[in-house]
Ligand binder design. Structure first.
Ligand SMILES: [Zn+2]
Length: 130
């Protein structure tokens, strides 16, 4: 392990904070999506009836759901990082198994890969977030 216990504990605290925030954001969005759906979900909703309003609602719902997806992905990454920390495997690239440089972990505490592997993966997947 390339990091000191103090560094690790600081990162663990940040991860737990991020997990709490992300969880709260997700339930906030769930709440909004639910309130949108109320009463407007049945298939009998007329196609030529308030089409503009409906399109706005659909657009807003899709936007919320894509934000929610990103948050859910992040939550998984954070939980995974915390689990790895508990198992003493935190800070190693999941691909090449080399230690991830501490400054990368400081910047992105739930990074799963070293910069080289991440760059590789980004190229293959055509992007994706970090
Ligand atoms: Zn790697």
């Amino acid at each position: 392990m390339v990091m000191t216990d103090e560094q690790l504990e600081a990162i663990r605290a940040r991860l737990q904070q991020a997990l709490a925030e992300t969880t709260a954001e997700i339930s906030e969005i769930d709440e909004q999506v639910r309130s949108f759906g109320a009463g407007e979900q049945d298939a009998s909703y007329g196609v030529d009836n308030h089409i503009g309003d409906q399109a706005d609602v659909v657009y807003e719902q899709e936007r919320l759901l894509s934000v929610r997806d990103r948050l859910a992905d992040r939550k998984v990454l954070i939980e995974r990082a915390i689990t790895k920390m508990d198992q003493g495997e935190y800070g190693y690239c999941e691909n090449c198994k080399r230690p991830i440089p501490p400054d990368r972990l400081e910047a992105l505490p739930f990074a799963r890969y070293c910069i080289d592997c991440q760059a590789d993966m980004d190229r293959r997947q055509g992007g994706g977030w970090r």
